[in-house]
Design a protein around this ligand. Structure first.
Ligand code: ADP
Length: 569
């Protein structure tokens, strides 16, 4: 195993890699830009070196400078994280030339997967199902239009060098084709330096399900099951979970086998992900899945796989790069329970998700939940890089439990000082359709209005003193601490007339106390019912003075969210 490695990255993933290295007794070298001089990962690494000004092109993308620092500091290997140089074949080659191990696949494997068209052709030859379409060399309009006709509209034109959701055009009919082709070719050229495109059948109701792969240099390859990343906003992942809701075992197995076949076809080593698009038009049980692309690096969402397998994927990456064999065979890879990850961003969902910058005056995560953070309280989020603040990962025995855990964790997360998507994440985690597993990549777009509605404010008393949730008492989003629960805040989905008279469960939970009985006369704000979920107790109070009617809460019984528990008349 290595004694010292350099991390050619920043933020959350740099912190993540440092954690595993510390556990394994490996020293870490951070490289950073001027803007990151006081960043969390710089503070946490054993040593840190300035490599340039804030813009990534002058710092985190300077492969030559980074290799020079690795040489000078005696780092034996470089972990590229994700983004930046992680899928740069030339950088991997330069590392090898300098006698430094690149913690990732061989340059040839990175190249084989870099262009979407070539990757599809390779996968087709390996017997992996690919999205029906055209990915040939001829690029004249007549050939491409003929291909689109054959495939049938709607089609998707994709820049072969595209990435990050850029360089894609949906075309609904033939007359729009020439113009959209031109604009896609133009974007391919300007953003990626390559005007070539491919044409694909446009899958109208898709799910994005990807397989985590690992291969070593001894010819072994295994998959670590799937992740469902269908909850996307403009092709960017927001929530990821594993296993994929409703995925039949046979399909899981077929996808896993196809992914392993793909890895073997290119002599892959290290961690990789095969992304599949799943056509949901006939439901999940009869769905077809198609290879979309391979990411030749660790993914942002790898923690959900760690949660369901109990494995440390960064440790596996280090072991494979050091020449060790994979620690487990396919049969030995565990699959336990269900895990969900939510990405907390410095952005403003109420204003078209505009990125937000500033200092995090308060940042608190509940205990018992994995929070992979890029920053600590008091740190700044700058304009130069990805606005991700942290990822919250929750694991439970099943999907319902994991979802409830996520929802509760999000409710008790505090991120103040700038705008964040916390309310949006809380809305998603509480959404009945999402909870029912009715997801596809269009889910967020379709329900944007209800998912970006401001999160209602209410206070949450906490009953276990050592918990950081303790300080949640009186908490209100963007408002001074609240007086006792006012249920009117909780029911603003409901009609005016009902607002003042109904007592509604704001969260699913267990009824732990009922202080009144049918026919009792109560004062406004008199405690009526106490609900509990995880470690939180919530006291529901009378919205007005009157008589209790329609009492529908029994101590010891579970209630669902938005259940009407009583009325005051
Ligand atoms: P990028 O490399 O830019 O991330 P991908 O090929 O991975 O592009 O596709 C990104 C997203 O676009 C997918 O997760 C999916 O939501 C959507 N997408 C890709 N291909 C298709 C298709 N053929 N039909 C419908 N949606 C697609």
């Amino acid at each position: 195993m290595f004694r010292k490695i350099l991390i050619a990255n920043r933020g959350e993933i740099a912190c993540r890699i440092i954690r595993t290295c510390q556990r394994l007794g490996i020293k870490t070298v951070a490289v950073h830009s001027e803007a990151d001089a006081n960043a969390l990962f710089v503070r946490e690494a054993d040593e840190a070196h300035l490599i340039g000004p804030a813009p990534a092109a002058q710092s985190y993308l300077r492969g030559d400078t980074i290799i020079e620092v690795a040489r000078r500091t005696g780092a034996e290997a470089i972990h590229p994280g994700y983004g930046f140089l992680s899928e740069n074949a030339e950088f991997a080659e330069s590392c090898a030339t300098a006698g430094i191990v690149f913690i990732g696949p061989k340059p040839e494997a990175i190249r084989a997967m870099a262009l979407k068209g070539a990757a599809k052709a390779l996968m087709e030859d390996a017997g992996v199902p690919v999205t029906p379409g055209y990915h040939g060399d001829a690029q004249d309009e007549a050939t491409l239009l003929a291909a689109a006709r054959r495939i049938g509209f709607p089609v998707l034109i994709k820049a072969v060098a595209g990435g990050g959701g850029k360089g894609m055009r949906r075309v609904d009919n033939e007359s729009d084709f020439p113009e959209l082709l031109k604009s896609c070719q133009g974007e391919g050229q300007s953003a990626f330096g390559d005007p070539r495109v491919l044409i694909e059948k446009y899958i109208e109701v898709p799910r994005h399900i990807e397989i985590q792969l690992f291969a070593d240099s001894h010819g072994h390859a295994v998959h670590l099951h799937e992740r469902d990343c269908s909850l996307q906003r403009r092709h960017q992942k927001v929530i990821e979970e594993a296993p994929a809701p409703g995925l039949p075992d046979a399909m899981r197995q077929a996808m896993g086998e196809a992914a392993v076949k793909a890895a073997k076809a290119i002599g892959y080593t290290g961690a990789g992900t095969i992304e599949f698009i799943v056509d949901m038009s006939r439901g999940i049980a009869d769905a077809s899945f198609y290879f979309m692309e391979m990411n030749t690096r660790l993914q942002v969402e790898h923690p959900v796989t760690e949660a369901i397998t109990g494995l440390d994927l960064v440790e596996w990456q280090l072991r494979v790069a050091a020449g060790e064999a994979l620690p487990l065979t396919q049969d030995q890879v565990p699959l336990k329970g269900h895990a969900i990850e939510a990405r907390l961003y410095a952005e403003d969902p109420e204003h078209d998700f505009m990125p937000s910058t500033g200092t995090l005056s308060r940042l608190v995560f509940p205990s018992g939940v994995r929070a992979d953070s890029a920053v600590a309280e008091g740190d700044a989020v700058s304009v130069f890089y990805d606005p991700m603040i942290a990822k919250l990962i929750v694991h439970g025995p099943d999907r319902d439990a994991a979802l409830e855990g996520l929802r509760t964790a999000l409710i008790h997360t505090r991120a103040e000082g700038l705008r964040t998507n916390l309310g949006f994440l809380r809305r998603i985690a509480s959404d009945a359709d999402f909870r029912a597993g009715e997801i596809d990549t269009g889910f967020i777009g379709r329900h944007l209005e209800r998912l970006t509605a401001p999160w209602p404010d209410y206070d949450i008393p906490v009953n276990s003193p050592p918990s950081p949730w303790h300080d949640a008492t009186g908490f209100r989003l963007n408002l001074p601490p609240a007086s006792p629960v006012d249920v009117r805040h909780l029911t603003n989905a409901l009609h005016e007339a009902h607002e003042a008279s109904e007592v509604v469960a704001p969260m699913p939970g267990l009824v732990v106390a009922v202080h009144v009985k049918e026919g009792d006369t109560v004062e406004k704000n008199q405690p009526l019912i106490v609900l509990e979920a995880m470690k939180i107790q919530l006291t529901l109070k009378a919205p007005r003075a009157g008589t209790v009617t329609g009492l529908n809460a029994v101590t010891g019984e579970q209630v669902i969210e938005k259940a009407v528990l009583a009325a005051i008349t």
